[in-house]
Structure formats: C-alpha cells, structure tokens
Design a protein. Structure first.
Length: 69
C-alpha cells in the first residue's frame, strides 16, 4: 500500500494518532458524536482544539452531511 493512500485513509477515518491534520480531528469528532450523540459536537470539537467559530462554510457543510448519515 502506498503511504500517501494510507495517510489519506487514516485522515478520512479520523485516526488522529496517525495523522495530525484538522480534517482528521473533525472526522474523529464526527465519529465520536455519531457513536454517542448525547455529547455536544461543539464540545467534542473543542476537545480536539478546534474552535467551532473557526469552521469554514465548507467544513460546516461537511460536518452536517456526515452527522445526518
């Protein structure tokens, strides 16, 4: 497996112990929220160091799309 594909998949799955990107943290927050929606997504994002106020429109649209699945 090529390392760039592995890193892409790790980011997509939210493996923050492998990939240290904003997108990986957003994906991990979405996974946590979908597993236990009693937690508040903004608080989960904050726990990963992402201030919800700094989310771009594209990131917000992505989150809403993934949470509704």
């Amino acid at each position: 497996m090529k390392s760039d594909y592995f890193l892409y998949m790790a980011e997509a799955e939210g493996f923050t112990d492998v990939v240290d990107t904003r997108q990986a943290y957003i994906n991990e927050a979405i996974k946590i929220f979908n597993a236990d929606s009693s937690s508040e997504l903004p608080l989960i994002l904050l726990s990963f160091g992402i201030d919800p106020a700094t989310l771009t429109e594209k990131e917000c649209d992505y989150i809403l799309e993934e949470v509704d699945k």
